[in-house]
Design a protein around this ligand. Structure first.
Ligand code: HEC
Ligand code: HEC
Length: 322
């Protein structure tokens, strides 16, 4: 009996002693403004469920301050802020605001955010079906879908067929202003993801070359190995009367070419964009790619690549539900 009391005392002293080990202090308490141009209901949801880790506003509960929980919570907040900081909302141009909120809502729809283990303990962060619908409808309302007329559909069909048949292949395509070469072969690569940007009415297909696909198979994607290339194509989308959606005019193709050494100045990637049917290189000066990098910055912690191969998501879930 005595021994048990001793043991409890030792554990208690140990636990109290542990409290002197504190993670590095993070600044918090600065209230983050509501996101301008975003409806109140959406602001409220994001504030309750996301701002804890994605803004300068942190609302630590008493149990978050106890060692060792505080280490975990602090690292979530630090990483979360680095990935996405809503306190900076007002400094972002409108297209970046739109694409960020679209991306963030997608993370909610896929169940990745808020981090499930966190929501399990912090019930105020958990989202119910109604709240999820509010977010989804908001994203849809940014660009309501218009029904396309027959002429538009036919012209798009014609253009798509010639794209598929390679008639648009042009041997005289100029390199991007940063000297990145156009890569016509991307059409033979594997499609690794498609996204439907309902916020701006475009559809995209993302292709990966062999090196990228092998890296996905071997689960070695952070960082992506040298030689990995992504091509992202975008079309306008047409909505048929029955509500089905098809590709419209070809807008552009963009490339990211990985070479950590060669592209050291631009985060290890060569960036390029070719627009329209005649594949005109985009950008006036060689540093046009700083805009690309700026917008890809939220995913710096996954080597600047947005597209998550599916296994990453399932792996993440496993880690989080442990
Ligand atoms: C407990 C802290 C926490 C909460 C709460 C949280 N997040 Fe996150 N979030 C993180 C962390 C950590 C990362 C970076 C690591 C990662 O990508 O998993 C992140 C990353 C993200 C990213 C960038 C993803 C990427 O691929 O880099 C988005 C977008 C995001 N969160 C949206 C949200 C939204 C929307 C909410 C609220 C519904 C939310 N998060 C709530 C911690 C949190
Ligand atoms: C307004 C923000 C924004 C800008 C600017 C931007 N991108 Fe992206 N990019 C995205 C998003 C978001 C994705 C994820 C796929 C999607 O939603 O379509 C993406 C995906 C990609 C992909 C597929 C690989 C990946 O990361 O998923 C490539 C390739 C790409 N972008 C190239 C470029 C190039 C080249 C430029 C500059 C000429 C550029 N991007 C500028 C937001 C941006």
């Amino acid at each position: 009996m005595k021994n048990i009391n001793k043991l409890i005392l030792v554990l208690l002293v140990g636990f109290i002693g542990l409290q002197f080990f504190r993670p590095e202090k993070i600044d918090h308490g600065t209230k983050t403004q509501d996101l301008a141009n975003v409806p109140n209901a959406v602001n409220t949801i994001l504030r309750n469920s996301c701002f804890d880790c994605h803004s300068s506003e942190v609302n630590l509960r008493w149990y978050d301050k106890i060692t060792p929980a505080n280490f975990l919570v602090n690292s979530h907040i630090k990483e979360g802020r680095a990935a996405l900081d809503f306190s900076k909302w007002n400094s972002w141009p409108k297209p970046q605001q739109n694409s960020t909120i679209y991306y963030a809502i997608n993370k909610v729809l896929s169940g990745e955010m808020p981090i499930p283990s966190y929501a399990a303990v912090h019930s105020s962060a958990k989202l119910n079906e109604d709240q999820i619908n509010i977010l989804k409808n908001y994203a849809l309302s940014i660009a309501p879908r218009k029904i396309s007329d027959d002429a538009q559909l036919q012209s798009a069909e014609k253009q798509y067929n010639s794209w598929i048949n390679g008639e648009l292949k042009n041997p005289h395509i100029k390199p991007a202003p940063n000297r990145l070469q156009y890569i016509p072969d991307y059409r033979n690569w594997k499609a690794i993801s498609t996204t439907d940007r309902f916020d701006n009415g475009t559809m995209r297909i993302i292709f990966g070359n062999d090196v990228a696909v092998k890296a996905i198979q071997k689960r070695k994607t952070n960082p992506w190995p040298d030689g990995s290339i992504f091509a992202k194509t975008a079309w306008n989308q047409h909505v048929q009367k029955d509500g089905s959606v098809s590709t419209g005019e070809f807008i552009q193709v963009e490339f990211m070419v990985k070479d950590a050494e060669k592209y050291k100045q631009t985060k290890g990637w060569g960036w390029g964009r070719w627009k329209g049917n005649n594949l005109k290189p985009y950008g006036e000066t060689a540093d046009f790619d700083k805009d690309c990098i700026e917008c890809h910055q939220p995913v710096a912690n996954q080597d600047y690549v947005f597209t998550s191969p599916l296994y990453l998501i399932s792996q993440l879930k496993k880690i989080q539900t442990k």
